[in-house]
Design a protein around this ligand. Structure first.
Ligand code: TMP
Length: 210
């Protein structure tokens, strides 16, 4: 099973991913946790270029191709082999992030990205996508807090430095994707505190796994 977590900056994906691991481990279900960008050694190098605030002049096509390069390495060396071994793959961001950040917010459009995903990755889609939704002002304040208190590296702040309008587009993009694919997406209110969000996700998973 392939499960992804999505959401704007500061939505709490990384924390919730840890709770997801607990959920699956309690059930004796082997799982692999990973992320995009940066789920592989090569991907981590690509990640540092992508998130470096010094890369602020990056062309949107360059950005797209770097995310896709990271994904190619990730799918071929980690995601597919793990799924073939019957493991559950829990991934912090995936193709939906490309659709909303590069497609909606950067304005590259959805059609090109959907076509590329079909051609390059055989349209590999998650079975379930958990969308942690919250207003961009709240998310960005949380994200900057983490950067300022050292919980996250300042070398990864390129997207946090984007405008509120950019993040509002990202959020709207995610909600639109969820509307288009209601069977795959579950929207979770991520304004709630961490434990509340964890419990809501657990309920969603219990229902989904039935
Ligand atoms: P994160 O690991 O903290 O979520 O940061 C990853 C950043 O990369 C985040 O700002 C979203 C962005 N991103 C894209 O723009 N396109 C993509 O395809 C992916 C996977 C992430």
């Amino acid at each position: 099973m392939f499960i992804t977590l999505e959401g704007i900056e500061g939505s709490g994906k990384t924390t919730q991913l840890r709770y997801l691991v607990e959920f699956f481990e309690e059930r004796g279900n082997p799982c692999v946790t990973t992320r995009e960008p940066g789920g592989t050694l090569i991907g981590n190098k690509i990640r540092s270029i992508l998130l470096d605030p010094e890369s602020k002049d990056m062309d949107p096509i360059t950005e797209l191709l770097l995310y896709m390069a990271d994904r190619a390495q990730h799918i071929h060396s980690l995601v597919k082999p793990s799924l073939s071994e019957g493991k559950t793959v829990l991934c912090d961001r995936y193709f939906d992030a490309t659709l909303v950040y590069q497609g909606f917010a950067r304005g590259l459009g959805i059609d090109l990205l959907v076509q590329l995903h079909k051609i390059l990755f055989n349209d590999l889609k998650p079975d379930l996508t958990i969308l942690l939704d919250l207003p961009p002002g709240v998310g960005l304040a949380r994200a900057w807090n983490q950067l300022n208190n050292g919980q996250r590296s300042g070398g990864e702040s390129r997207f946090e430095e984007e405008t509120l309008a950019f993040h509002a587009k990202v959020r709207a993009g995610y909600l639109e994707l969820a509307r288009l694919e209601p069977d795959r997406f579950r929207i979770i209110d991520a304004v709630q505190d961490e434990k509340h969000v964890r419990d809501t996700i657990r309920e969603v998973l219990l229902f989904f796994l039935k």
